[in-house]
Design a protein around this ligand. Structure first.
Ligand SMILES: Cc1cc2nc3c(=O)[nH]c(=O)nc-3n(C[C@H](O)[C@H](O)[C@H](O)COP(=O)(O)OP(=O)(O)OC[C@H]3O[C@@H](n4cnc5c(N)ncnc54)[C@H](O)[C@@H]3O)c2cc1C
Length: 591
């Protein structure tokens, strides 16, 4: 069975040495001193490695079952969910007013990485609840907040998001679910939603579904979509759980991975619903949830990569195959361990250098969210809006690739189920699809985000990279980081310029390169993260740190990324500059 060790030391390094959280002026950050975050991360590390990780394989093998309308979760999930609730993990970054602990989002993310790495399918039950609660917090009336949030923050009630219908996933303007207004101000919601994660299960007393639907007579397409709160059980005036609502699970999907999470067909049959936010502004309200959810899904890419990598390292040290080309390293044994081989090293370095930079990228993104929300910083809001498709698309594409690389290190033993390596690839695969498939993330980045507010946010990003390079160009030891970052950033700017010059007259020219651009920007972001981490490690070494080995390892890993992964930007640029001609050369019937 695979094991999982919580990366608390590395998380601490990013939080304190790189992001310097406790020195930040963001409200609430002064509480995040080293001792405090160490205590929180240690506790989270315990529950994730001791309780959730052992249940990961159980969830994969047993899956969820539907019996007479009731969805049963895998053995041990219910008890583990109780433990998670009792530990207060579900409301870490939620307001105290509703029973949360009001910690910054960045700490919630650091904890979330470990939860997701140890058991992605399990963690989704609380992750979706968090997203639904955030939407109610942002758009609900005071009465709605008081009715739903305390029980959602504690996860006594869980939440879901219902967008997808059989005929529409990306193009939600085509949705058919209807909401008929009633005299008492409520609505009767009818229609079918599919693929609804955590749609039905037995782990909570109520399930609060957030459902997108159209009010008859409203504008056509996406502009006519509104968001509704549709509880599984109607909540009585005194806050207790009342009558069953007209919502039921019609089926659960058979699927490739995340078997421990129930993916449900949800039928709404004149179910009582309550408008959340403004009429016909449902997408806006849902986006509150989706931006946060997209960062969370990007994190799943990182988490899956780390869980798989940790097991690949153990295997590469244990498995004896062949001899090192430079002479035997284990002369007493029948062969050397896999880790002596350069090609195995390359793969492990790809994984390690991605994981550590992705961790910094996710935490930096979360810090931007805190800065936007807690400090009401509009520039941070613009920057995170630009970054969100990159976090989601790049980290899940790469995260999936890393789980395949980890599986490859096991050879045939990775393909069979015994070592649990195939579960990581199967679970990681969905993150590239849900919360907006990655192709659509790239489209969002190039088609919308680059030009948002007159290109202000992408210019701010370029300036940030440029300033970092200028500030550090003469710092000893930084040359391995600054020069490659400058080159990669130049590639990114050139690609942006290509889109500006060609996108208007031929939109296909821009969109044929959107996936490349998203990956290019992802690499530049991780390159920047490596630059920042290198700076922190060089400073620690100069100050005579007692943990020189940690910082030397960090620098060597970063140099690998800058030398071997970051140059991918040149290839992406070359592809982008060919435009749409070869991409669109065939007619549909030539395929
Ligand atoms: C396990 C699982 C859990 C899920 N959980 C939820 C959930 O909790 N709630 C929920 O509402 N939904 C959920 N989904 C649905 C998921 O979000 C959708 O499957 C996803 O958004 C894609 O929609 P689709 O499947 O209809 O694909 P389509 O929209 O048909 O897209 C198919 C492909 O075409 C591409 N594409 C589509 N339009 C364009 C375009 N304009 N330009 C370029 N490419 C395009 C897409 O990138 C994709 O690769 C889940 C799905 C699964 C499998």
């Amino acid at each position: 069975m695979p094991s999982y060790t919580a990366p608390t030391k590395d998380l601490q390094f990013v939080l304190h040495d790189v992001l310097k959280t406790s020195e930040s002026s963001i409200p609430g950050y002064s509480d995040l001193d080293r001792d405090f975050t160490a205590a929180v991360l240690e506790e989270a590390g315990k529950i994730t490695s001791e309780v959730l990780a052992p249940l990961n394989v159980v969830g994969d093998k047993e899956g969820c079952t539907l019996e007479n309308g009731v969805v049963r979760v895998p053995t041990g999930f219910k008890e583990a969910f109780d433990q998670v609730r009792e530990g207060g993990w579900t409301g870490l970054d939620m307001p105290e007013e509703f029973g949360g602990q009001n910690m910054p989002y960045v700490l919630g993310t650091a904890v979330g990485e470990m939860f997701s790495a140890s058991n992605q399918a399990f963690t989704m039950y609380q992750g979706l609840t968090h997203g639904a609660a955030s939407a109610i917090l942002a758009h609900g009336t005071q009465e709605q907040k008081e009715t739903y949030l305390p029980n959602m923050v504690s996860c006594e009630w869980t939440g879901t998001m219902n967008l997808t219908e059989p005929h529409c996933g990306t193009d939600l303007g085509m949705m058919r679910t209807k909401a008929e207004p009633q005299d008492d101000g409520s609505y009767k919601v009818s229609g079918q939603k599919i693929f609804i994660s955590a749609g039905e299960h037995e782990m909570s007393d109520n399930i609060i579904h957030l459902v997108l639907a159209k009010i008859p007579g409203g504008p056509e397409g996406i502009k006519g979509v509104s968001l509704f709160i549709v509880p599984k059980f109607i909540v009585n005036d005194d806050g207790t759980v009342g009558a069953r609502n007209g919502v039921s699970c019609g089926a659960i999907e058979e699927k490739m991975g995340i078997h421990g999470n129930s993916t449900c067909v949800m039928n709404y049959d004149e179910a009582t619903g309550y408008l959340l936010g403004d009429m016909h502004k449902g997408m806006r309200a849902m986006f509150t949830m989706m931006n946060e959810a997209r960062i969370g899904v990007g994190m799943q890419g990182l988490s899956a990569a780390d869980a798989a990598y940790q097991n690949a390292v153990i295997y590469a040290n244990d498995r004896l195959q062949g001899r090192a080309v430079t002479g035997a390293e284990n002369p007493e044994g029948p062969a050397d361990p896999l880790i002596v081989h350069p090609d195995i090293r390359r793969s492990l370095m790809d994984q390690k250098s991605f994981i550590e930079a992705a961790r910094a990228f996710i935490l930096w993104s979360s810090q931007l969210i805190d800065q936007a929300h807690r400090a009401e910083d509009a520039d941070a809001d613009g920057l995170i809006s630009l970054m969100t498709p990159v976090v989601k698309g790049f980290l899940t594409d790469e995260g999936y690739d890393m789980t395949v690389k980890a599986q490859q290190i096991f050879g045939g033993h990775g393909y069979i189920e015994e070592h649990g390596m195939s579960q990581f690839t199967r679970d990681a695969r969905i993150a590239m699809i849900y919360e907006g498939a990655n192709g659509v993330q790239a489209l969002d980045l190039v088609g919308r985000k680059l030009a948002q507010d007159g290109g202000k946010h992408v210019m701010a990003f370029f300036a940030l990279v440029k300033d970092f390079c200028s500030e550090n160009k003469d710092v000893e030891g930084m040359e391995d980081f600054v020069e490659p970052l400058k080159v990669a950033s130049k590639h990114l700017q050139t690609a942006g310029m290509f889109f500006m010059q060609n996108g208007m007259k031929d939109p296909n020219a821009a969109l044929s390169g959107s996936n490349d651009f998203m990956h290019m920007m992802g690499h530049v972001c991780l390159g920047l993260m490596w630059g920042r981490m290198a700076k922190a490690s060089l400073e620690a070494l100069a100050n005579g740190t007692s943990d020189a080995a940690f910082h030397e390892t960090k620098l060597a890993t970063g140099r690998y990324y800058m030398a071997r992964r970051l140059p991918a930007t040149a290839m992406h640029l070359a592809r982008i500059e060919t435009g749409a001609e070869t991409v669109m050369a065939l007619a549909a019937d030539q395929f």
